[in-house]
Design a protein around this ligand. Structure first.
Ligand SMILES: Cc1cc2nc3c(=O)[nH]c(=O)nc-3n(C[C@H](O)[C@H](O)[C@H](O)COP(=O)(O)OP(=O)(O)OC[C@H]3O[C@@H](n4cnc5c(N)ncnc54)[C@H](O)[C@@H]3O)c2cc1C
Ligand code: FES
Length: 346
């Protein structure tokens, strides 16, 4: 049985001013962003989680319900204006009309909402696990993208797939997840959910997907669970072009936080250069936790490769690491702004 909070019944419609698109029905919990993307509109967004502000729009008429009133994507000034909304956090109530900036064309598959079951929690360390869910219908995504898991109490959080989809489309989604103490989703993912429990998957979302031409060298920087999408991206890039130059830098806090070294070994066997860096290497050496260097992965990357203007760069992980990397790479003129693809785990 699907929990009551997961059943989608129509609650409103959204119209996008200035587009040919007519009124779009939005079911319970379906956001303005989801409704527009699902209908093929090239709406702007980043985190789809309320944090970045990329999906700001104006509410011209009607009412929306906010999923997260305090979402940092809106500033105090936005709130004072009164008509500003975050499309990713707004669910239409009745009929509403929204004015949003539009891009040129939608990127990748449109998101869908599909019922799914929780399949497996495979512990990798004290606070990290590989979480597997199976969707009822086939889903397709681009390596590096993420979905929202909508949990039985309605809490929704973003998680990035660790593998490309099976040929054409897949039903099995795997995520590398770190537990946040007391976290609303962590409570479910690290305890509350048992095998067979029903959840919803909404997606795919995300623009930091594998998109490098075969002859372009690539560098990936993964911090913590940012390793998940980086594995999917590296896997796809190697499959597309076996001989390409691919370097993967993986940062972790301590030796025990280094995970999935077997998958890193596969990348290396296929020709990638893999550098694992821990901030604190004082603990004992651990079997299967190969560490190459100490310090910050970003420092090592920039010291090895001071000029990345000819590379594509993929960044995934904690906001502090991604922000620092962007500052030093793009503002520092070391990488081309339009060739840096960012997945910030806000
Ligand atoms: C694009 C993206 C991809 C991600 N991929 C991964 C991944 O692959 N692996 C991984 O471990 N983590 C990933 N994350 C982080 C993940 O989504 C969760 O934030 C993390 O698991 C902690 O969630 P929690 O509910 O347990 O913790 P909580 O502390 O309860 O919530 C975490 C954060 O969610 C935000 N939030 C969103 N909505 C609300 C709301 N309504 N009320 C309060 N806070 C809210 C707050 O910023 C809060 O700090 C990703 C995040 C983003 C944005
Ligand atoms: S996409 Fe809505 S706040 Fe980031």
């Amino acid at each position: 049985m699907v929990a009551a909070s997961l059943i989608s019944v129509g609650t409103g419609t959204v119209e996008f001013a200035g587009t040919e698109c007519g009124p779009i029905e939005a079911g319970a919990g379906e956001t303005v962003l989801y409704s527009g993307l699902r209908s093929g509109l090239p709406l702007p967004y980043g985190c789809a989680s309320g944090g970045c502000g990329s999906c700001k729009a104006s509410l011209l008429a009607g009412r929306v319900r906010s999923l997260w009133d305090a979402a940092p994507g809106l500033t105090d000034r936005d709130r004072r204006r009164g008509d500003r909304i975050l499309m990713c956090q707004s669910v239409p109530v009745g009929r509403c009309v929204v004015q949003a900036p539009l891009g040129d064309r939608p990127e990748g598959p449109a998101p869908v909402r599909v019922p799914a079951v929780f399949r497996e929690r495979h512990r990798l360390g004290a606070d990290t696990a590989l979480i597997t869910v199976c969707t009822e219908q086939r889903l397709t995504w681009m390596p590096g993208q993420f979905v929202h898991l909508v949990l039985p109490d309605g809490v929704r959080r973003a998680y990035s797939m660790t593998r490309p989809p099976a040929p054409r489309a897949g039903r099995t989604l795997e995520f590398l997840v770190r537990a946040v103490p007391g976290g609303s989703a962590s409570r479910w993912l690290f305890g509350g959910l048992a095998e067979g429990d029903r959840i919803l998957v909404e997606g795919p979302y995300g623009k930091a997907h594998a998109q490098s031409p075969p002859d372009r060298p690539v560098v990936c920087l993964a911090g913590g669970t940012g390793l998940g999408p980086v594995l999917a991206i590296a896997d796809r890039l190697q499959a597309e072009s076996a001989g390409r130059e691919l370097r993967v830098y993986v940062g972790a806090r301590r030796r025990e936080d280094v995970v999935l070294t077997d998958r890193l070994a596969v990348l290396r066997d296929r020709g990638a250069s893999v550098v694992v860096v821990v901030e604190d290497a004082t603990g004992p050496e651990l079997a299967g936790k190969e560490v190459h260097r100490t310090g910050l992965a970003l420092d090592h990357l920039l010291s090895d490769l001071p000029d990345l203007t000819g590379h594509d760069v993929y960044l995934a992980g904690p906001p502090a690491m991604v922000t620092a990397a962007l500052r030093r790479l793009v503002r520092g003129g070391r990488a081309a702004a339009d060739r840096v693809f960012v997945d910030k785990f806000l």
